[in-house]
Ligand binder design. Structure first.
Ligand code: ZN
Length: 139
């Protein structure tokens, strides 16, 4: 199995597992992210408890990359403060733009690090960053 297969598997795993893809009844903020070039249309629902992201989910339609990226992001930000979440957004976008290439610095992105190779696919970059931009607008 090549490294690329592992990446694909992780992306498919996040895409199939619906643990983050559901309605959230008691959300505090809900924000829609739309990427017309691919058709991704995802709504991010966040429940804030003071400064802490207590829960987050998403609904909508999207390609495998956008859904996997959203799900990975949600796993990462739950239980984090707004400030911590925003710093993760900067790291992720920095990784995709190749501004940040230091593997150690990117380790905090956990599963989402597998999306690094998306930076080689300009057409998919918007799919990968959609949820992260939406999160930044939401908090
Ligand atoms: Zn897409």
């Amino acid at each position: 199995m090549s490294l690329n297969d592992v990446y694909t598997e992780l992306i498919m795993e996040h895409c199939k597992s619906k643990h983050n893809e559901r309605e959230l009844k008691d959300f505090t903020v809900s924000n829609r992210g739309h990427n017309p070039s691919c058709g991704d249309d995802i709504t991010l629902n966040i429940k804030l408890n003071g400064d802490i992201i207590e829960d987050a989910t998403f609904t909508g339609v999207g390609c495998a990359i956008s859904k996997a990226s959203t799900s990975m992001m949600i796993d990462l930000i739950k239980g984090k403060s707004k400030e911590e979440a925003l710093s993760l957004v900067d790291k992720f976008i920095g990784m995709i733009k190749r501004d940040i290439t230091d593997e150690e610095e990117l380790e905090i992105l956990e599963d989402a690090i597998v999306l690094k190779n998306v930076s080689n696919l300009p057409a998919r970059v918007k799919c990968a960053v959609l949820a992260w931009h939406t999160l930044r607008e939401s908090i």
